[in-house]
Write a protein that binds this ligand. Structure first.
Ligand code: NAD
Length: 257
């Protein structure tokens, strides 16, 4: 018996990295999974190859119409929605604030923060119908515990904003038996660097020198599966009395910064 048997889970940004690992993990535990992404990747086919059930929804999370359609298609196909992982995100442009252009700020905030709002906005009515549910927001150590990644002002602001959304919604949705939590990963080996544009971050002069040999687990570096397992805990009955918390998944590294 799987930990998520009978559940339907929508995972945004599930084409790669943390979202992909979470979608595969959930499917292995019996969930039917909607892979919502701008790019499909191999997630759906991997789930199906392993005998699971999945559907791809072409969806830019910053586009209200596309998010609405992804959620409606999910409910149309599977008849219900129980678990939502708002994971899609980009690093965006990292630069000194005077060089960070308004449209660059908008792009990062639109994908990371507005995308989280839109995902919840369209999904919550269906969770309320079920009178239960679990929402997991993938935030970051940046903007919550660490402020030392030079130039990541827009990214950090979006990640702090996600935790604020999480806490607001944990309170607002508790009476509907919907739990809302966040995971805050540290350095996880994914493709996120491909969504990073840096300019002149060296000019900022925030070159922190850390002691030799990090005391954190694995030097603070993790794999997508390390985050997926925490998402599984938050999605499952194991965390039935947990809501409104952010869990740092960084081997303890952000305690140093
Ligand atoms: N990798 C890390 O070290 C790390 C650390 C902290 C937080 N995070 C967060 O984890 C989340 C997942 O990142 P990842 O590391 O797996 O990166 P990744 O680049 O490997 O995967 C991100 C996925 O999101 C998708 N995506 C990007 N923009 C999208 C949009 N507008 N609409 C829908 N999908 C979109 C991409 O196509 C990709 O499949 C992000 O929110 C990121 O901020 C990652």
């Amino acid at each position: 018996m799987g930990m998520l048997d009978g559940k339907v889970a929508l995972v945004t940004g599930a084409g790669s990295g943390i979202g992909r690992a979470t979608a595969l993990r959930f499917a292995r535990e019996g969930a039917r999974v909607i892979v919502a992404d701008i790019a499909e990747g191999d997630t759906r086919s991997e789930i199906e190859r392993a005998g699971g059930v999945a559907m791809f929804a072409q969806c830019d999370v910053s586009n209200p119409e596309q998010v609405r359609k992804a959620v409606e298609d999910t409910v149309g196909r599977f008849g219900q929605l129980d678990i939502v992982v708002a994971n899609a995100g980009i690093n965006g442009v990292w630069a000194p604030i005077e060089e960070l252009e308004p449209e660059e700020w908008d792009k990062t905030l639109n994908v990371n923060l507005k995308g989280t709002y839109l995902t919840l906005h369209f999904a919550v009515p269906h969770l309320k119908e079920r009178k239960s549910g679990s929402i997991i927001i993938v935030s970051s150590v940046n903007g919550n515990r660490t402020f030392s990644t030079a130039g990541s002002t827009a990214y950090s602001a979006s990640k702090a904003g996600q935790v604020a959304i999480m806490k607001m919604q944990a309170l607002e949705l508790g009476r509907h038996r919907i739990r809302v939590n966040a995971v805050c990963p540290g350095a996880i080996h994914t493709h996120i660097e491909q969504s990073t544009k840096k300019h002149d971050t060296d000019k900022i002069g925030l070159d922190l020198i850390f002691p030799k040999g990090s005391p954190a687990i694995n030097g603070g570096e993790g794999e997508p599966d390390d985050v997926a397992d925490v998402c599984l805990f938050l999605a499952s009955e194991l965390s039935r009395h947990v809501s409104g918390v952010e869990i740092y998944v960084d081997g303890g590294q952000s305690l140093m910064r």
